[in-house]
Design a protein around this ligand. Structure first.
Ligand code: ATP
Length: 443
């Protein structure tokens, strides 16, 4: 399996992603727009599979986490209360020499331009990352609204609505997957730092006295998810406790992945105290307290948050899965051949099964096999080109299983399954395919 010895460079990855239709620049025919990316057919399938996996792991598998799907634009006061309007920003500086712009906290030497090494930089100044728009026909300051910078604020605002609708008691969580927008000064490293991206966040509301137990619980749950479900290794992940904490927080940790360009944050797990709920209570004038029946007391819930970027997860999976090897093509009846392969876990692979008839004459029968499997798995039918070329193409998009339908299949009602990683081939009755793949893919 590919791991931190993976031969991937960002150049190779970006080019393969474009060639195979995983990810490419938004509005490319107009020269692209920096920090915005489109996902093509395979990228979309991979992204949706990860999203679904996170949702079922975080929400559907638990009775104490509920789902929410809120709007991207909220009342502007939400962002005043959350502090985003006043202090959600980075310090930036411009180079007068080469006209490049930089985030000061990302510069090795804040006095030197990392692009041209000039010392002629503007004074660092604050830059707010919120994206602005107008709601209604009048474009003035009274009609300004913001695209959400994180998906969690509407969760705090809707806390009581969700609690009452779902008849939940503390402790319980609310999760949301959705777009977030940040006017990043310096979008870079492919999709890692984008201006439009998707977050998968869960806010867990609990009593203050239990909050550190829940913090440890969620930290473990999230690490297990990366190891057991996404297949990351201990060498590829590390945790980084925040050196300085917000005044209201008891703990905060980042889960980082070893990207080809260095360690980068995948997810943040934050103890947020009662900060967000207290802020929204104060700014809205609504009572956001919770009545604890058992102890006959009113409390503002304490919050433990898990917040992960979907696009960063996709990128980490792509980096982890990319591999180059010498395909043991003797098993395919040919000499050895170099191949590029994405070794995605079968559960998230964009195509889980490819059905390949050996000859065009077998298309009708083979397509029937494919259509039957399509009801349960992500499948692709491919009849064009030599079988070797079709295998290599499926390797490049990371398909874990190829089903070959040959002339014997018409008589013995069996097909050959080729495993992407071992390249072993097994002959299986068509009637048993579903249960075979259930075990292999769903487990
Ligand atoms: P960073 O320090 O990298 O800017 P952050 O600490 O501001 O990230 P959070 O506000 O904690 O990030 O957001 C939670 C998650 O959202 C991050 O762990 C990351 O996966 C994702 N995320 C944040 N900003 C971006 C971005 N510009 N592009 C893609 N994903 C992002």
């Amino acid at each position: 399996m590919s791991n931190n010895t993976s031969p991937v460079s960002m150049e190779k990855l970006v080019s393969l992603c474009k060639r195979r239709g995983f990810i490419f620049q938004s509005s490319e025919i107009y020269g692209g727009i920096q920090g915005f990316w489109d996902y093509g057919p395979y990228g979309t399938a991979l992204r949706k599979a990860i999203e679904q996996l996170w949702w079922s792991y975080t929400v559907e598998a638990r009775s104490n986490v509920e789902g929410l799907d809120s709007t991207v634009i909220c009342h502007p006061k939400v962002w005043k209360a959350s502090g985003h309007l006043d202090k959600f920003g980075d310090m930036m500086t411009d180079c007068r020499e080469c006209k490049s712009r930089h985030r000061v906290d990302q510069m090795e030497d804040p006095e030197t331009c990392p692009n041209c090494e000039s010392k002629d930089l503007t004074e660092p100044r604050e830059f707010n990352l919120m994206m602005k728009t107008f709601v209604g026909p009048v474009f003035d300051e009274d009609h300004v609204a913001y695209l959400r910078a994180e998906t969690c604020q509407p969760i705090f605002v809707d806390f009581h609505q969700v609690r009452i609708a779902a008849r939940q008691k503390l402790p319980f969580g609310i999760a949301q997957i959705g777009k977030a927008f940040r006017n990043e000064i310096n979008p870079r490293n492919f999709t890692f730092r984008s201006r439009e991206f998707t977050q998968m966040e869960m806010e867990f509301f609990c009593f203050e006295e239990d909050s550190m137990t829940w913090y440890d619980y969620w930290k473990n749950e999230r690490l297990n998810y990366y190891y057991d479900i996404l297949g990351f290794t201990k060498e590829q992940l590390r945790t980084h406790d925040h050196d300085t904490l917000a005044h209201y927080a008891k703990a905060a940790v980042d889960i980082e992945f070893k990207f080809p360009f260095g360690w980068g944050e995948l997810e943040g797990i934050h103890h947020r105290g009662t900060w967000d709920m207290s802020q929204h209570q104060e700014h809205s004038g609504e009572n956001l307290e919770y009545f604890d029946q058992e102890n006959k007391r009113k409390v503002i819930p304490t919050v433990v948050e898990t917040s992960v970027g979907l696009d960063r997860t996709v990128l980490a999976l792509l980096c982890n899965a990319y591999d180059e090897d010498m395909a043991d093509t003797q098993k395919e009846g040919k000499a050895q051949e170099a191949r590029v392969v994405f070794r995605f876990p079968a559960i998230v692979a964009p195509v889980q099964i490819a059905v390949l008839p050996l000859s065009k004459k077998l298309s009708t029968s083979a397509e029937k096999v494919c259509n039957d499997l399509r009801k349960y798995f992500r499948c692709e039918f491919d009849v064009t080109g030599s079988i070797g070329k079709r295998y290599r193409r499926q390797d490049e998009i990371g398909t874990p299983y190829c089903v070959t339908f040959d002339f014997d299949s018409l008589d013995d009602n069996a097909v050959t399954i080729r495993d992407r990683d071992t390249m072993e081939q097994v002959r299986i009755s068509i009637d048993e395919l579903r249960s075979y793949f259930d075990k292999k893919i769903i487990g």
